[in-house]
Design a protein around this ligand. Sequence first.
Ligand code: N2P
Length: 368
Amino acid sequence: MLRRLLVAALCAVALMPAMPLAGRAEEPVLNVYNWSDYIDPAAVERFQKETGIQVRYDVFDSLETLEGKLSAGHSGYDVIVPTSEPTFSRLVRAGALKPLDRARIPNWGNQDATLLRQVGSSDPGNKHGAIYLYGTIGLGIRADKVRELLPDAPLDSLDLLLKPENAKRLAGCGIAVMDSATDVLPSVLHWLGRDPDSAGSADLQAAGEALQAIRPHVRAIVASGTILDALATGEYCVAMTYSGDVIQAKARADEAGQGVRLGYVLPKKGAQLWFDMLAIPADAPHPEAAHRFINFLLQPGVMAGITNAVHYPNAVPAATSMVDEAVREDPNVYPTPEMLARTFTVKALSPQAERARSRLWNRFKAGR
Ligand code: N2P
């Protein structure tokens, strides 16, 4: 009898949810969900060593994937990295994020006040997110190959991709577009001279027609992480993706020395500028570790290492002098004021508008 009771008690303990009891210290674990190719692995190692917290690190490569994971609820993640618009602002409004406890983030003040004010439009008072990295959306190109096929090609414009006569000539050399309605459609609308936030039927129809017109010439509509890898091995001559991904691919290609020469193009008519935020889901199982991680990342030395590794600028001014000169002075990493003046930002849309956009996107992918 006693034995049976003991077994039952042990089973009950084993079945208890792995949640910390009130007042009991959290288990030393941190579940991170970040973009692929978006951190310096040495930073994660150092955090583990310094804190004894074990980091379980998962990646996504589009906002659609991140939102899908979070909307199912109970993601189990402690730190996520949504883009300020539209995803982060939507999560803030839905109450899906934990307000940050600034007392536990003494490095909060290391962030650039102007940039914080800018992302404050997505999160009044900057209550739910610290700035991780930012960047633009443009083209990765192999200029030498493009010039061979299109000697008069406009190398500084989305015309290269979106004018069907150009796409047709470049098709054999490889055209790719990252698989994200959220991160591609605003640039297409802007190129058409329309409001990048529009989900009006005339605007969406025009964007849909523009995309269908180049569809036969597009080789791949794939995850941004796949584009990075394939760009580096020379599979595409033109690919629409995130700035730092192109610059990382370029660095890999240069190192491989196989004659693949890549460059990033910030579209001259205007490019989308975005900010990625460090945030904690409301139901994060390890909020204490999450705050420690965010505070750790906001150190100038750590941020500089991250920017050096992934070629995206950070929002910690004291990090800049520690960033490698070649990275710091690359205007495709840290855009010049003149380039920033040519950028635009987006806003969150209604769920109905999102659905209309994703229908359009599915038709583009299917080619009909
Ligand atoms: C990293 C992708 C950058 C994030 N591979 C775009 N917001």
